[in-house]
Design a protein around this ligand. Structure first.
Ligand SMILES: O=C(O)CCC(=O)C(=O)O
Ligand SMILES: [Fe+2]
Length: 289
């Protein structure tokens, strides 16, 4: 049976049916999934029942996996390739990822290997809410005027781990370690996708400034670009079900995990991260000015 793609929103997102990703998946089906993923930027599989090993094995069909050394505290025990995004206590301590993803971002933008893609699997969710929103950064780039395209083409976005959401609620000792592992780093504000060749904006709510510009000069433009990219018509909002695997392309999308749920209920997810190309250069921390 051929795989089926059901659009989920106008700007991005498709549900993929007709393939059992927990079973044996042919190379032809992997190619078809990859093609659908490049077109839709975010793809969703429903009713997936699998083990951590199966999650890793399926993810590896697309690319090498990141071992999440940049965020070593958040990995599932025994599985460095699986990041735990959970509000459930870990080792009797509040989870470090309980507020993960609460501002618009692309994964691992604060590292020298920004994530190519991510595959997030839901094992537990609250009765309502806990949604995740995605926006299309290729479309956001295309919709800019030619003059603005020229301006952003010359900019380098600086990513600062301090702007990752929920850092104030992280353990200060672990936070200091994370800041040391991930100093501010600049990446091109316009990225060309290494597989599809598509150009996309690469700026987010975790961008502190543009290299060589002051924060005062940079912030209005960062705010404009983020507002432009996250207009409702450029967004798909995913309402999770247990057993969903949502896969997004970090090279052409940003996402935002909404805190729209009662945190007394468990919300538990596991994520593989498809390793991206090496990119960027470290910049000295910059004060306000
Ligand atoms: O919890 C979510 O919905 C997404 C969190 C996030 O930003 C991520 O897993 O990359
Ligand atoms: Fe994320």
């Amino acid at each position: 049976m051929a795989i089926e793609e059901i659009p989920l929103a106008h700007a991005l997102g498709a549900e993929i049916r007709g393939v059992d990703i927990a079973g044996t998946v042919s190379d032809a089906d992997i190619d078809a999934i990859r093609k659908a993923w490049h077109q839709a930027h975010v793809i969703v599989f429903r009713d997936v029942a699998w083990t951590p090993d199966q999650h890793c094995a399926f993810s590896r069909r697309f690319r090498d996996l990141d071992d999440h050394a940049a965020t070593p505290h958040d990995r599932l025990d025994g599985y460095p390739e699986l990041l735990e995004v959970t509000n459930k206590p870990k080792n009797n301590q509040p989870s470090q990822t309980r507020n993960a993803g609460r501002n618009w971002h692309s994964d691992y933008s604060y590292t020298n290997r920004p994530a190519a893609s991510s595959m997030l699997y839901c094992t537990e969710k609250p009765p309502v809410g806990g949604d995740t929103m995605f926006c299309n950064m290729a479309r956001a780039y295309d919709d800019l005027s030619d003059k603005m395209k020229d301006i952003v083409a010359g900019l380098q976005s600086v990513y600062d781990f301090n702007l990752v959401s929920g850092t104030a609620k992280r353990d200060p000792v672990k936070m200091a370690e994370l800041l040391k592992l991930n100093p501010p780093i600049a990446h091109p504000c316009v990225r060309t996708h290494d597989e599809s060749g598509v150009k996309a904006l690469y700026v987010s709510e975790r961008t502190s400034h543009f290299d060589g510009m002051t924060r005062a000069e940079s912030v209005p433009l960062i705010q404009f670009l983020c507002a432009h990219a996250t207009r409702p018509e450029n967004v798909y909002r995913h309402q999770w079900r247990v057993g969903d695997l949502v896969c997004w392309d970090n090279r052409t999308t940003m996402h935002l995990a909404l805190g729209d749920f009662d945190s007394s209920y468990p919300r538990h997810m596991l994520r593989t991260t498809l390793r991206g190309e090496k990119s960027g250069y470290v910049v000295p921390p910059q004060g306000v000015g």
